[in-house]
Design a protein around this ligand. Sequence first.
Ligand SMILES: [Zn+2]
Length: 379
Amino acid sequence: MKAFICVIGLMLQVEIALAATADATVSNIFLVTLDGLRWQEVFRGLDQSLATNGDYAERSETIIALYGGPNAEDSAEALMPFLHNTVFREGTMVGNRDRNSCARVSNSWYFSYPGYNEILTGVVDESIDSNAKIPNANKTFLELLNDTEDYRDRVAAFGSWDVFPYIFNVQRSGLHLNAAQNADPAENAFEVFLNRLQDDIPSPWGNVRLDAFTHHYALSHIRNHHPRIVYIGYGETDDFAHDGQYDQYVMAANRNDRFIEELWELIEGDDFYKGNTVLFVTVDHGRGEEPEETWRHHASKQSVSRSMQSLARYEEGIVGSDAVWMAAIGPGVPVSGLVGTGDGCLTSNRIAATLLKLLGEDYRVFDPGMGAPMPEFLQ
Ligand SMILES: [Zn+2]
């Protein structure tokens, strides 16, 4: 009898130990990108010179009233309140170059397809030298996970840009992706209505839709299907910047911040995601700062000397457009706040391996060519 009780006790102990291990494991990942949103706005808030320049900001008074502030910190917090008050306080971030915290892309182009390829596959492929709709030869970490039994059909991606189907190579990967397209088939009355609105509301751009559509298709699918791996690529910030509309650029950044907050509220309010889901936010490239008008652009020296002839007058490329930022919150992510990087920089090609590591997976099993996990984002 005594021996029997001992065995039961031992079994209970083992079960408790297993439960503790399971609790510490991250089960789900939400990766969000904001296209080309500069670290300058994220950490300094409004650029006063651009915000008061009538050529760039028709609604100058509006954005100064909403997002201005007595100093950079206050302005940044007004512009992106969820990032500052929740993600930065309860998680980890990198990329505030005013405080010796550096993050950059490691591709040599500083524009979108190479940037997204680097983030999503963890490898730098120098042959990706344009934003052309060419199916990606490399596999994103979403595809690699979707190819395993544990994650099959538990992966979903959403984007505003119509090149994402090629970046994710949907034809090969078979991933669930809604990028600049209707939900097909619409799975509920809300998606029928979204499809109708998307047909009836013109996008300002030919190949990028408004982020509200991306966001609400994503929310609908997440609630219905509970994917374990979610990617959302918002796009307005980059397009408004290219158009030279600084007011619209910062208002888009503010909306994106609210969208991210809604994603976190969904995570926190859903038993499936609560307490076991990491939210990671980053950008595919930066933008220029000096001379001032280069805030509209992004390109490396190599890009302007080759394909981007319209920017050839900037012989050194758009200086600073390799600069990015990253932030994460959730179990397994330390509460470090801003991470100092000394003389070095964290790089975007390490994001995929970091997310795999959070899930308890070894990136080398999937692709040893990936950048290594970033210990700064791991407890
Ligand atoms: Zn971009």
